[in-house]
Write a protein that binds this ligand. Structure first.
Ligand code: HPA
Length: 273
């Protein structure tokens, strides 16, 4: 894996002199934010060893490096999901590359189902913490021999979501007049949506939103000593007695919330240090 990281890095660095500080993983709907980069250089995933072509409608496969709100950033347009059949190492390789390129902060967004009846489709939640269900069950990106060049054998995960960045998210949202929720993101492997009993259990565990990504990327970012900020766009309510979730409503909610979500991400990047 180390060689793949170095190779990808070399290919990217040959195409731009920008050293990105913030790495962004933009999920369904938000990928268009990368179109706003100044001095942008775009590297198709096809050019990078270990990177795959995303298969989900609404995701595309390229890395864009440039300036967003004046800050040097690297944006992953499209991510790899565990439910697509990739290993947790494949899912998280792009985060290793972001770190190797110079990113000290990871900003990750996702679509998620809200576990509160009082929440609304289109709400944005800053992630305070996560429950990494596949990881706890043995599908973990750090399984196997540990490469000390990448991070420690037993990294802590308390505090993985950087408190100062959560505070910045609240300040930025308030300044923009955006209502921002805060909560715990629970990752399931998918691809089926959750049963009623599962959703009920997740509420009792203290989860506020459920989705099929993000936790492995955050574990690897934290292993790499990166600061982390995560946002979930609530694209549907995932309630035990509610209507079943479907992919179309997830994409539609992403589309509708795009301007607000993009403004928040832009604002946070502008003020991140
Ligand atoms: N469950 C899991 N993943 C999701 C959901 C959901 O309800 N909505 C968007 N991603």
């Amino acid at each position: 894996m180390y060689n793949q990281i170095v190779q990808a890095c070399t290919i990217i660095q040959a195409r731009t002199s920008i050293v990105p500080r913030v790495g962004l993983i933009l999920g369904s709907g938000l990928a268009a934010l990368a179109d706003e980069l100044a001095e942008a250089v775009v590297v198709p995933y096809a050019d990078l060893p270990g990177f795959h072509e995303p298969q989900v409608a609404g995701h595309r496969g390229e890395l864009a490096i440039g300036l967003l709100a004046g800050q040097p950033v690297a944006v992953l347009r499209g991510r790899f999901h565990f439910y697509e059949g990739y290993s947790m190492q494949e899912v998280t390789l792009p985060v290793r590359v972001l770190h190797a390129l110079g990113c000290t902060t990871l900003l990750v967004t996702n679509a998620a189902g809200g576990l509160h009846a009082a929440w609304q489709v289109g709400d944005i939640m800053v992630i305070r913490d996560h429950i990494f269900l596949p990881g706890l069950a043995g599908h973990h990106p750090l399984l196997g021999p540990n490469d000390e060049r990448l991070g420690p054998r037993f990294p802590p995960m308390v505090g993985a979501y950087t408190p100062a960045l959560i505070a910045l998210a609240h300040t930025t949202a308030a300044a923009l007049g955006i209502t921002l929720r805060e909560g715990v993101y629970l990752m399931v492997s998918g691809p089926s949506f959750e049963s009623g009993a599962e959703l009920h259990a997740f509420r009792m565990w203290g989860a506020d939103a459920v989705g099929m990504s993000t936790a492995p990327e955050v574990v690897v970012a934290s292993h790499s000593a990166m600061q982390v900020l995560g946002f979930s766009l609530i694209t549907n309510l995932a309630l035990p007695d509610g209507p079943p979730a479907n992919h179309e409503e997830v994409l539609a909610a992403g589309e509708a919330a795009k301007p607000r979500f993009a403004a928040l991400v832009r604002g946070v990047v502008a003020d991140s240090r």
